[in-house]
Ligand binder design. Structure first.
Ligand code: 3PG
Length: 400
């Protein structure tokens, strides 16, 4: 169901679940991409004359009130972006939320405090979660699910509230589903998927699912060392998931059988450990099959940057999830930049390109790539991965 299915919303109290789980340094938002992505739905509802009650989570406070995880900086930023004041209720459904909702005029927007301050939000007990969701639902007359980043979770403020009120997908959820579907249903070929990030175990499902869909899998980031190890290389002190090596060997075997091209880095940028106070940044480039035993791989090397870029540009559909290295440190950001540039160049050449995952999306913005250089930058982390895995996502299912 989409916004139109909710009918005329003038004067109606509409609850909107957004994903405002933004990176923070203290109280400063370092990437407001997820807040900006929610604006079309909020503006649409305001234009219709609805009273817009937004709810969201921030971090994982585990059911406790953690002041550092208050949505106050988000309310402030949302207000700036909308050009209106967005009051923050002190609670999610308590006295303050109810009073603030009662005082709303048509077109007003308020934000409820972090839904995860309530232990029931993430409870595994369906009855407990549902009783809590009813208290939230009582604040509104309709529900719009626009937090794409949480639709893979069956949590109170999304999944359960949707079952209590007339509910529909917001414009962001619709846009995400349309774009990501192009990566899963009949993609134009060659179809290349680039996977990075630190953990192979987070990406097992998506890798398995892609072995009979993608034409080419390009692997970098911390997870690549498990792939290098599976091919018999030594990886020094690089990140390694020893318990996944056998599984990864199986994937390499299946890829070969299915004719899926696997692309690994041929060289790696290494450092004597993860850069921190005691460990200075002193990068060296070494061949991927000759990483010294006392060195840690922190990025793909310059030859690999060129290789990855060329493979990406030679594609008609590209999905990228996970940075190639420790991109927050400029000396280890080149791999991630090369991949981002590859997507920008592929887009310019007519390919359909998707950046999926919280980290890759933040990397693109923090490394100053133009957002319109990509066909779609997903706001989902786990959600976009699970979508690409072909899993049924509870937060979408409940809207059908
Ligand atoms: C995300 O950051 O991917 C979403 O906001 C979901 O957060 P979670 O993984 O803590 O549920």
């Amino acid at each position: 169901k989409t916004l139109k299915d909710l009918g005329d919303l003038k004067g109606k109290r509409v609850l909107v679940r957004a994903d405002f789980n933004v990176p923070l340094k203290g109280t400063t938002i370092t990437d407001d991409g997820r807040i900006r992505a929610a604006l079309p739905t909020i503006k649409n509802l305001r234009d219709q004359g609805a009273k817009v009650i937004v709810m969201a989570h921030l971090g994982r406070p585990k059911g406790k009130v953690v002041p550092e995880l208050s949505l106050a900086p988000v309310a402030q930023r949302l207000g700036e972006l909308l050009g209106t004041k967005v009051p923050l209720a002190k609670d999610t459904y308590g006295d303050d939320a109810q009073a603030k909702v009662a005082a709303m005029a048509d077109g007003d927007v308020i934000l409820l405090e972090n839904v995860r301050f309530n232990p029931e939000e993430t409870s595994k007990d369906d009855a407990e979660r549902s009783a809590y969701a009813k208290k939230i639902a009582a604040l509104g007359e309709a529900f719009v699910s626009d937090g794409f980043g949480v639709v893979h979770r069956a949590q109170g403020s999304d999944y359960d509230v949707a079952a209590d009120l007339p509910a529909a997908a917001g414009l962001l959820v619709q846009k995400e589903v349309d774009a990501l579907s192009r990566g899963t249903e009949n993609p134009s070929r060659p179809y290349t998927v680039i996977l990075g990030g630190s953990k192979v175990s987070d990406k097992l499902g998506v890798i398995e699912n892609l072995l009979d869909k993608a034409d080419r899998l390009v692997i970098g980031g911390g997870m690549v060392f498990t792939f290098l190890k599976a091919q018999g290389y030594e990886v020094g002190s690089s990140l390694l998931e020893e318990d996944q090596v056998d599984k990864v060997k199986g994937y390499i075997e299946t890829a070969r059988k299915n004719g899926v091209e696997l692309v690994f880095p041929t060289d790696v940028v290494v450092n004597k450990g993860f850069p921190s106070g005691d460990t200075p940044i002193d990068p060296k480039v070494v061949p991927a099959d000759a990483i010294p035993s006392d060195m840690m791989g922190l990025d793909i090397g310059p030859d690999s940057c060129k290789l990855f870029h060329d493979k990406i540009v030679d594609s008609k559909t590209v999905v990228w999830n996970g940075p190639m290295g420790v991109f927050e440190v400029p000396q280890f950001a080149e791999g991630t930049k090369a991949v981002a540039q590859g997507l920008v160049d592929a887009t310019a050449a007519g390919a359909f390109t998707i950046v999926g995952g919280g980290d890759s999306a933040s990397a693109v913005r923090n490394l100053h790539f133009p957002e319109d250089g990509f066909s779609h930058i997903s706001t989902g982390g786990g959600a976009s991965l699970e979508f690409l895995e072909g899993k049924e996502l509870p937060g979408l299912k409940v809207l059908e």
